[in-house]
Design a protein around this ligand. Structure first.
Ligand SMILES: [Fe+2]
Length: 388
């Protein structure tokens, strides 16, 4: 985080802490519970949001070398991401142009060409069809037209973004807006993955809601997050549909005991950034947890790929043990506290006990998130674009 940004956040949080206040909305905000349950609505969210907006599907660290690749399935779409010999990232539907089989069946590796396991048609790392098995028996093939279907793909600040629908372009600068500078200031392109964990979850919005407020820290996370982070105080900023929330730690007040020049950037707070529609980034300039939330296969289900990624890898047994303990605490907090509660919410919603949920003024991040989901999923006109 840039120094000036940190100082601004710290000053705002110190004031909130002193007055027991928080950044908040003018009023409460209500959403129908049906918006979480309705299948047609969910399909609109998948089509209008997940299949058209840039999704963060890979890290630079997963595809460092030319020739490296990874596969991932997101909302039912199998994707192959490669780094070509030119050093550029490319994404394709992982679907053979012959009979539709998955061309690459392993999760990651290094290869300059990919042979479909069904009939042996072969593609290069730019997706071009370069080999048809027994071509003299097969007959004419328009190899130019039979490459893998390419998807828009861009790499920014250590993150690789893909649009899941062929032919839908990506303007990543326009999409990320002011959040691009925030991401680039972290230097994620130099971080290395320490561990990845996949967690099952309830409806994607039920899960995502939990990343957007600190109102539940003292109650749900009594023995985990709340051991270091204060409850229900935030410094909130949004950049279009993307959000940045500063949460004060219990020791934030120590900043008052020393001159501002001695404040270490990041000291006394956690910063959670979300990239609409499906990423949450928690941690410091030295790394932390990045979560990729992927809806489906039904409205009641999602999965989250947690990536623990850091600027420095532990080099001693002691450092490794400390990092493992921190990872274990965080996995436990999300899996056993947030996501376990999410499964309960899913069940609770289906009982019909609540027709609507009201988000408090203090749950401002949820207001914004749902306004943006509505804007896209309901196909609202530009004139109704939410305030940034
Ligand atoms: Fe939580």
């Amino acid at each position: 985080m840039r120094r000036s940004e940190y100082i601004g956040l710290a000053e705002r949080l110190l004031e909130h802490e002193a007055n027991n206040t928080t950044d908040s909305a003018e009023d409460t905000y209500t959403v129908p519970v049906a918006d979480y349950l309705d299948e047609a609505r969910w399909n609109n969210e998948m089509e209008a949001i997940f299949k058209r907006l840039p999704l963060m599907l890979a890290y630079t660290d997963e595809l460092r070398e030319p020739g490296s690749y990874k596969t991932i399935e997101a909302v039912g779409v199998p994707v192959l991401i490669t780094r070509g010999k030119d050093g550029m990232v490319h994404a394709f539907l992982n679907v053979c142009s012959h009979r539709g089989a998955a061309v690459v069946t392993d999760e990651c590796g290094t290869a300059s060409r990919f042979m479909c396991p069904y009939h042996g048609w072969t593609f290069n790392d730019q997706g071009a069809l370069i080999g048809v098995a027994d071509k003299h028996k097969f007959g004419e093939v328009d190899t130019e037209a039979k490459g893998l279907k390419e998807l828009a793909c861009e790499e920014r600040g250590g993150l690789i973004f893909v649009v899941l629908t062929p032919g839908v372009p990506m303007d990543i600068e326009a999409h990320l807006g002011g959040m691009l500078d925030e991401i680039e200031s972290l230097g994620i392109e130099n971080w290395h993955i320490y561990k990845q964990v996949e967690l099952p979850g309830a409806n994607w919005k039920v899960c995502y809601d939990g990343y957007l407020e600190g109102y539940h820290f003292a109650t749900l996370h009594t023995n985990t997050i709340f051991t270091f982070s204060a409850n229900n105080i935030m410094a909130y900023d949004s950049y279009g549909p993307h959000q940045r929330i500063g949460f004060p730690h219990h020791n934030l007040g120590e900043l008052r005991t020393k001159p501002q020049e001695e404040w270490e950037t990041g000291e006394g707070m956690s910063v959670i950034r979300t990239l609409f529609p499906h990423v949450s980034m928690a941690g410091s300039d030295q790394g932390g947890l990045i979560s990729q939330l992927i809806p489906g296969p039904t409205p009641e289900q999602s999965r989250t790929i947690q990536t623990y990624i850091y600027a420095m890898q532990p080099s001693t047994d002691e450092e490794r043990a400390a990092m493992d303990a921190s990872v274990e605490m965080t996995v436990g907090a999300v899996r056993d506290e947030d996501y376990a509660t999410g499964f309960g919410i899913q069940k609770g919603m289906s009982t019909g006990a609540n027709e609507e949920f009201t988000f408090g003024k203090n749950e401002l991040g949820l207001h914004k998130f749902h306004q943006w989901v509505n804007f896209y999923a309901e196909g609202k006109p530009e004139s109704e674009r939410p305030n940034p």
